[in-house]
Design a protein around this ligand. Structure first.
Ligand SMILES: NC(=O)c1ccc[n+]([C@@H]2O[C@H](COP(=O)([O-])OP(=O)(O)OC[C@H]3O[C@@H](n4cnc5c(N)ncnc54)[C@H](O)[C@@H]3O)[C@@H](O)[C@H]2O)c1
Length: 353
């Protein structure tokens, strides 16, 4: 049975940020597992790439069909955003577009304020006007799903976990901009009755992730025999989730999540940066042996400003209410990811010039 069987016609889904790492995984899954029509809105930034989506379209024989449209739009532009929403005429909106790299937000916060806050505002307003004019049968199923991060809750000490009741305490320009966008989404729900939901997820990893993020950076630097930079003493802790497990969770929330609810999504896989670097290096020593151990490339560098010590997510709610469970265990997921980067040098080298 199609996951969108409760729609009278095949739903039209507007996905923002679909040329990014997580948006790409969501689109590939929706193309495979449903018959919905997808409108992928993305400004095609330095972090964007459509190879994985185009490959999936080819595999499924869906290239040049009505099921997928790409829209090169920057959410900062209100008129373009409004025109894109009118064109897509969506039944469902999944909002993933954001500037997403904490280090860049420290160097240049402005892009984060404009894309993540103003961009979300433009999308909310366009979606509100669109929703208002929908006929009742389409209104009943409409959802605006905002995809956010655990970083909005700030930092944890050695104990405790974030959950749906955690207070907002963002500490970087990135997390503050995402927190602001979460607040905007909530206020559009309460003030204008736009049917919204929010998810807050932990750190993701997997194939097709842009090389600047921690795990691809460790893998690629090890493969290139370059130094592997680790911040501070390497003891900062993150909870990790495979991107395909996140995509599954997002689709469960989109189809079965309740309006107005928040769902925290975690992998229950807390690791220090040191543990991750060691795991990757030891695995590369096995499958890609050199005359030296890959871990000899690990180099400690000056800590990130305001570096949050630990994040951890309690995912009881989504497990209980939506029967979502991650499939990947971290160690196996990392091994698959290392093998993927080993095989796909052609893909990542293009970002390294
Ligand atoms: N990567 C993670 O570990 C993680 C964890 C939890 C939540 N999230 C959230 O998930 C979402 C996707 O993250 P990702 O890792 O795929 O990021 P990404 O950087 O790989 O992709 C983001 C995409 O959004 C697009 N985008 C940015 N600003 C835009 C704008 N103004 N208009 C149109 N498109 C724009 C970019 O061009 C890019 O293609 C983000 O909202 C992020 O905050 C990410």
């Amino acid at each position: 049975m199609d996951i969108f069987h409760y729609f009278q016609r095949k739903p039209r889904i507007l996905i923002t940020g679909g040329a990014g790492f997580i948006g790409g995984a969501v689109i590939r899954k929706l193309l495979k597992d449903s018959e919905c029509t997808i409108f992928n809105l993305d400004k095609m930034s330095y972090a964007s790439d459509l190879t994985s989506v185009n490959k999936e379209l080819l595999n499924l024989g869906l290239k040049n069909t009505e099921r997928y449209r790409f829209m090169n739009v920057d959410l900062k532009n209100q008129v373009d955003t409004s025109n894109a929403v009118d064109f897509a005429d969506p039944d469902l909106v999944m909002h993933l577009a954001a500037e997403s790299h904490v280090d860049r937000s420290i160097e240049n916060p402005k892009d984060f304020i404009t894309s993540n806050i103003i961009g979300t505002y433009n999308l909310l307003e366009s979606s509100r006007l669109h929703y208002k004019n929908l006929p009742n049968d389409r209104k009943n199923n409409f959802k605006f799903h905002h995809i956010s991060t655990d970083e909005v809750f700030g930092t944890l000490g050695k104990k405790g976990k974030f959950n749906e009741e955690s207070q907002y305490k963002p500490r970087s320009p990135y997390s503050a901009s995402k927190a602001s966008s979460d607040h905007l989404v909530n206020s559009w729900l309460h003030t204008y009755a736009l049917p919204t939901l929010i998810t807050n997820c932990c750190n993701n990893y997997g194939p097709w992730q842009y090389p600047e993020k921690l795990i691809p950076k460790i893998i690629i630097n090890a493969l290139c025999e370059s130094k592997i930079p680790i911040y501070g003493n390497g003891e900062n802790i993150r909870d990790w989730l495979h991107v395909e497990d996140h995509a599954n969770a997002l689709i469960k929330v989109l189809t079965n999540g309740l309006i107005g609810e928040r769902y925290c999504i975690g992998g229950n896989e807390e690791k220090t940066n040191n543990q991750i670097a060691e795991l990757i290096c030891n695995y590369l020593d096995k499958i890609n042996p050199k005359t030296f151990s890959h871990s000899s490339l690990i180099t400690y560098v000056e800590d990130r400003k305001g570096h949050d010590f630990r994040y951890s997510i309690e995912s009881k709610k989504i497990k209980k209410m939506l029967n979502w469970y991650p499939i990947y265990c971290f160690e196996e997921g990392i091994k698959d990811t290392v093998k993927w980067y080993l095989k796909n040098k052609n893909w990542y080298v293009k970002f390294m010039k």
